[in-house]
Design a protein around this ligand. Sequence first.
Ligand SMILES: Cc1cc2nc3c(=O)[nH]c(=O)nc-3n(C[C@H](O)[C@H](O)[C@H](O)COP(=O)(O)OP(=O)(O)OC[C@H]3O[C@@H](n4cnc5c(N)ncnc54)[C@H](O)[C@@H]3O)c2cc1C
Length: 183
Amino acid sequence: MENIQPKRILILGGGFAGLSTAMELEKSLGRDSGVEVTMVNRENFFLFTPMLHEVAASDLDLTTIVNPARKMLRRTNFFAGEVRDVNLTARQVVVAHGFDHHEHTLEYDYLVLGLGSTTNFYGIPGLEERALTMKSLSDAIAKSSDCTPGGSGQRVLQGEEPTAHLRRCRRRIRGSGNHRRNQ
Ligand SMILES: Cc1cc2nc3c(=O)[nH]c(=O)nc-3n(C[C@H](O)[C@H](O)[C@H](O)COP(=O)(O)OP(=O)(O)OC[C@H]3O[C@@H](n4cnc5c(N)ncnc54)[C@H](O)[C@@H]3O)c2cc1C
């Protein structure tokens, strides 16, 4: 009997685009064994970015905005690793994995690119060096620690009460997102 290889769909990125693609594919493919879906993401969790600023302001615990990717996917293979190279001609993707960043080559028939974006500083002089960007969980954790009175950021103004520092700090973070609150 002829051994038919399943079609391989490789999704790069497990953010909003990658995850919703995988979930839609799971819904439409059902148990179809003729298609194999694999997702690669740097982190092993999905990050709900719209509430990132609340973690930064220490209003929310970080566990409320992260979800383990493997738990959200039923039939998609999940690969935690860093995409290093995409070869569209050879239909191969090189992924670094583990503590020693050893590399694997993944082959695909169909490729979905959902690796997100990087911050655009629009060439404004000094902005990149001075801005506190917030895109990842570690960015939010760093700001949360800065917002703790006497925190690692050491941004309490001279003579300022720690609670005043905390209020000022939280106002700054909230004012920077689209969930602006009047406080
Ligand atoms: C603080 C903040 C608040 C936001 N609030 C809102 C909001 O309220 N409403 C709204 O509509 N949008 C909001 N957005 C925008 C929204 O998060 C993005 O539009 C959305 O995340 C884009 O989805 P994406 O899948 O393209 O990228 P992402 O969600 O960023 O996903 C990309 C994924 O790829 C992974 N990745 C990247 N490079 C590699 C690599 N080399 N190897 C392996 N993995 C890699 C990343 O780790 C990430 O998991 C907000 C964004 C931020 C930062």
